[in-house]
Design a protein around this ligand. Structure first.
Ligand code: KMH
Ligand code: ZN
Length: 272
């Protein structure tokens, strides 16, 4: 089986220090968390950034500051900025980090409830606008899907040439408003994508490690991090993103999957 690419979603936009004091806000904290994840075996850092007080921002300047600081410590890591940002941000704001021409960025392929009164809005025209921007700038999209209809949207846009082949999906399972984090539903997602696609599974909260274990067994790739879950196991707070990545590495070892370096991940994902 292909080597396992581990993505660490170290920061997110919604999770706070109240939920886990190790959630990073400042540039120094973001570098610390990226380094802990990389040292443990992560090849990709899925990046959101914050103001020092924790407010989510999509400012290109703040992204540049964080990416430069991470790259100084970890020159070969793949950095994948979010274009999802936080609920309620404008499209222009969300697209800002693409101006830095990262190797990859997320492309959210549909609208869904996000708990309480929150709705994460991605109309068809938004998805097309974001995909076109990434094509122009040579950025490989990670197709973020929170529900099965979003897979179908990506396939429709792929047939029109708007999202290029081979597509790389991230199945975000267990969002309050999206598809549930169960083996049955992950299997449904995996069976729905075109041959030749690659995929990563991530699970929110308690679904994190079950989804990652399934991905290891099924030949997919794995995402963990504070954005999705702040616990190492039931009732045990993770001290760092690195601890979450270490657990994936242990599971992979037990189940016979080797871990991909960033350059091996570039090869698997067809990054330039
Ligand atoms: N924070 C969510 C509203 C992404 O990074 O592309 C969107 C999100 C997805 O996290
Ligand atoms: Zn994200």
């Amino acid at each position: 089986m292909e080597k396992l690419i581990i993505t660490a979603c170290i920061c997110g936009a919604e999770v706070t220090k109240e939920q886990n004091p190790n959630v990073p806000y400042t540039v120094e904290e973001i570098v610390r968390e990226a380094k802990s994840a990389y040292d443990a075996g992560a090849a990709i850092i899925h990046l959101h950034v914050r103001e020092d007080d924790g407010t989510p921002t999509q400012s290109a300047d703040r992204f540049k500051e964080c990416i430069d600081a991470i790259k100084k410590e970890l020159p070969d890591v793949i950095i994948q900025p979010s274009t999802g940002g936080a609920v309620g941000m404008s499209n222009e704001e969300r697209l800002s980090p693409t101006l830095l021409r990262p190797e990859m960025a997320t492309l959210d392929c549909g609208t869904c409830n996000f708990g309480g009164d929150d709705i994460f809005v991605n109309t068809e025209n938004t998805i097309i606008e974001f995909a076109n921007r990434m094509n122009e700038l040579g950025i490989k999209p990670e197709v973020e899907v929170f529900d099965k209809g979003m897979v179908d949207m990506a396939i429709r846009l792929n047939k029109k040439g708007i999202i290029k082949s081979p597509m790389h999906f991230d199945f975000v399972m267990g969002v309050n408003g999206g598809i549930s984090g169960t083996a049955r539903d992950l299997n449904f997602m995996v069976e729905s994508i075109p041959a030749g696609s690659t995929w990563t599974a991530s699970g929110v909260g308690r679904a994190e490690f079950p989804m990652v274990t399934m991905a290891i067994l099924m030949g997919g790739h794995a995402r963990v991090g504070f954005e999705d879950n702040v616990y190492l196991s039931k009732g045990v707070m993770a001290k760092s993103n690195g601890e979450l990545v270490e657990k994936v590495v242990r599971l992979a070892k037990e189940l016979g999957r080797e871990i991909a370096t960033p350059d091996e991940a570039r090869e698997i994902l067809g990054l330039k």
